[in-house]
Write a protein of this length. Structure first.
Length: 288
């Protein structure tokens, strides 16, 4: 009986028009990527991504590593990634990108053009999610690379050796992995919130509060946080200071592959439910 059910499920999957869906998804993704990357409304997302690079560049020009060494700058860069990008920059950047994908078009009264086309709603949703992920990863990935290069550019040959032949190469790879996973994790959550609520901002603020207090929560509750998974991928630890250090609950270290798979499973679960919500989506422009 079990074999028959598995066989029927495989047969149904093989009968689906995967090639057609693939072509549709590629075309929709290209359209959405151009709309997300090259628009005047995205200027503040560029600002969120590159403002640390601007600050580092100003320090490099006017105050080139006075009283600091490479190890201190390495910890500073780790703090920029963990405390700014993961908890603020990428968070609000993904809020701006992903909340517009569906809810923004509902506000502009243009989403019905997609919904009336002969394309499955799941294909539309996943194509938009992919486009939003590409947009956010390109912007914040490029920004982190710029931060990394500018941070060590003032050290001359020693900085180049650190970046290309020393531990710096492994650190930037870890930072880029964190950026990718953060964009996917927060993006999937904000895409779901935009389908559930007319105004996703209150839900986003609750999520921001949860991410902020998560380090002081019990270890079991820390698993329900995007930032908690990413913390285990940091190549350089950022020590907590002050009262926050006393309240922080230390968890057992988790292998990098476990953290990656755990976050990917969370993303897949959120996207699955988001596709379900997309199938049941009804457009009423008089209320939406």
């Amino acid at each position: 009986m079990m074999q028959q059910s598995v066989g029927s499920a495989v047969s149904i999957l093989r009968q689906q028009p995967w090639s057609l869906w693939w072509v549709q998804a590629r075309r929709l993704s290209r359209i959405e990527i151009r709309r997300n990357l090259f628009t005047k409304r995205a200027w503040w997302i560029y600002f969120l991504a590159f403002i640390p690079a601007v600050i580092i560049f100003i320090h490099l020009i006017f105050d080139p590593h006075s009283g600091s060494n490479m190890s201190e700058d390495t910890v500073i860069l780790a703090g920029v990634v963990q405390l700014y990008y993961v908890r603020l920059g990428i968070f609000f950047g993904c809020l701006g990108v992903f909340s517009r994908l569906i809810r923004g078009e509902m506000i502009e009264r243009s989403i019905h053009y997609y919904l009336l086309s002969p394309v499955r709603r799941e294909v539309i949703l996943l194509s938009k999610f992919f486009a939003g992920a590409v947009t956010s990863v390109v912007l914040f990935g490029a920004a982190v690379i710029a931060d990394f290069v500018l941070m060590y550019a003032g050290y001359g040959a020693a900085g180049r050796d650190f970046m290309l032949q020393g531990p710096g190469l492994g650190q930037i790879e870890a930072y880029l992995l964190i950026v990718v996973l953060a964009c996917l994790g927060y993006g999937s959550l904000f895409l779901l919130l935009s389908l559930m609520f007319r105004n996703p901002m209150p839900g986003a603020m609750l999520l921001l509060g949860w991410e902020a207090i998560n380090p002081v929560m019990p270890s079991l509750l820390q698993k329900f946080s995007v930032a908690s998974y990413l913390r285990h991928l940091m190549p350089v630890s950022v020590p907590a200071e002050g009262v926050f250090a006393l309240l922080t609950v230390e968890t057992e270290p988790v292998a990098a592959w476990v953290a990656v798979l755990g976050l990917l499973a969370l993303i897949a679960l959120v996207l699955t439910y988001t596709c379900y919500r997309m199938r049941r989506l009804e457009i009423r422009y008089t209320t939406d």
